[in-house]
Design a protein around this ligand. Structure first.
Ligand SMILES: *[C@@H]1O[C@H](CO)[C@@H](O)[C@H](O)[C@H]1NC(C)=O
Ligand SMILES: *[C@@H]1O[C@H](CO)[C@@H](O)[C@H](O)[C@H]1NC(C)=O
Length: 443
């Protein structure tokens, strides 16, 4: 059933004399089982047809014919014939050879080559013309006169097939490795990026890459930190900063009023005060600073939170002025008989809500007479008993604030000093007219 080279018709043997390189062409071994898949030389087993199939040696053997010879495939072998020799295609057929179509002119070139228009031999691109038997997983590479089946980069030949190499098994990547068909890719943990070699991972400076920190950004290995300017605190989201309301933290930050501002706070003072050392309020002495509107005939009196212009001459009939703040009732005037002999004007200022009792003003006799005795009392202006007098000795006494008072408020107290000399039955009275300004605040 298998054709064999040794059964060539006699007429064809004539050609074969030139050069016949046949395989051993041994006949079929009848003792082989039916299912054998071994074929004699020059044939290969075709599993599809379950037959041995002729091998085209002209294609598979590089330079099967040397020199000027051309290769003619033949069942179980091949022939090398001179280029000029006529070829009958059907080497097996009987009778006259069929007419040869022009396209099937015998190929006068070595295997893997074909003649071009100028009758010179050019390489056949087996890969381009699908004349190869590379597997779909293989790459076909055309070679001069033949071709080669190779595995693509990243693939390895296992048996007949090309199989992807799992490069990740070789620890090419510093952090993470992703195997891909034919290749691999390194990946880095968040906060890192691939280095120039595409394998190592280098820290990303997120601060330079638009990290979403609202105020300050600090890069660190693999991550970054947001921070806020002074006076701000980091929001729970870790990025944004919100103003700290310093005023809400403590009521002692400012003596009077705390005003929160973006990133800071400031203390404010009421009118008539100035800020002292960022949190304290200090009364402005308008009289000393010259920021007052008092006229020539007036005296400027400063008090907590303001000032007052008082007439320099405050003496009322029958008193006459003897000095800037002293009025005298002349003994010669009968109207003065029951009046204190002198009235001295004095001014003072206190703050609101002082703890009591509080010594506020000391009265001192200016002249001391031997054997005389001085008594002090509040003669007027203390109807509510907010003050009392504490005698210190017989020449001085202390005016004491008895109750906490809240300003703004003004007292005019007549503090009387009565001087007595029992031996000489002498009695004299003088008044210190003390104006007490109570400021509106505790400072
Ligand atoms: C790294 O990968 C990039 C992008 O795939 C490529 O352009 C570059 O040549 C690679 N560098 C190296 C050293 O492999
Ligand atoms: C009052 O004080 C003066 C001066 O110290 C003294 O001379 C006088 O004796 C004192 N009088 C009495 C009653 O203590």
């Amino acid at each position: 059933m298998l054709p064999c080279a040794s059964c060539l018709p006699g007429s064809l043997l004539l050609w074969a004399l030139l050069l016949l390189l046949l395989g051993s062409a041994s006949p079929q071994d009848s003792e082989e089982p039916d299912s054998y898949t071994e074929c004699t030389d020059g044939y290969e087993w075709d599993p599809d047809s379950q037959h041995c199939r002729d091998v085209n040696e002209c294609l598979t053997i590089p330079e099967a014919c040397k020199g000027e010879m051309k290769c003619i495939n033949h069942y179980g072998g091949y022939l090398c014939l001179p280029r000029s020799a006529a070829v009958i295609n059907d080497l097996h057929g009987e009778g006259p050879p069929p007419p040869v179509p022009p396209a099937q002119h015998p190929n006068p070139c070595p295997p893997g080559y074909e003649p071009d228009d100028q009758e010179s031999c050019v390489d056949v691109d087996e890969c381009a013309q699908a004349l190869h038997d590379c597997r779909p997983s293989q790459d076909c590479h055309n070679l001069p006169g033949s071709y080669q089946c190779t595995c693509p980069d990243g693939y390895r030949k296992i048996g007949p097939e090309c199989v992807d190499i799992d490069e990740c098994r070789y620890r090419y990547c510093q952090h993470r490795c992703v195997n891909l068909p034919g290749s691999f890719r390194c990946q880095c943990e968040p906060g890192f990026q691939l280095g120039p070699n595409n394998r190592s991972c280098v820290d990303v400076n997120e601060c330079d890459m638009g990290a979403p920190c609202e105020q300050r950004c600090f890069n660190s290995y693999g991550t970054f930190l947001c921070r806020c300017h002074q006076g701000y605190e980091l929001h729970r989201d870790g990025f944004s900063c919100s103003d700290i309301d310093e005023c809400s933290y403590s009521s002692y930050l400012c003596q009077y009023r705390c005003v929160n501002e973006p990133g800071r706070f400031s203390c404010h003072c009421p009118q008539g005060y100035q800020l002292l050392a960022t949190r304290l309020c200090q009364d402005i002495d308008e009289c000393e600073s010259g920021a007052h509107q008092c006229s020539e005939a007036q005296t400027c009196v400063n008090f907590h939170g303001g000032y007052r212009c008082v007439d320099t001459n405050r003496c009322v009939e029958p008193y006459i002025q003897v000095s800037d703040n002293r009025c005298l009732c002349p003994a010669s005037n009968p109207l003065c008989r029951e009046q204190p002999s002198s009235i001295v004007h004095r001014y003072m200022t206190i703050t609101s809500e002082r703890s009591v009792p509080a010594d506020v003003f000391q009265i001192q006799a200016t002249s001391v007479y031997p054997g005389a005795y001085n008594a002090f009392q509040i003669r007027a202006g203390n109807s509510q008993g907010d003050f009392y007098i504490r005698q210190i000795n017989n020449v001085s006494a202390m005016l004491v604030l008895a109750r906490p008072v809240t300003g703004p408020r003004e007292y005019v107290l007549d503090l009387e000093m009565v001087t007595m000399n029992s031996l000489m039955s002498y009695r004299a009275s003088s008044v210190l007219r003390l104006t007490v300004f109570v400021g509106a605040y505790t400072f």
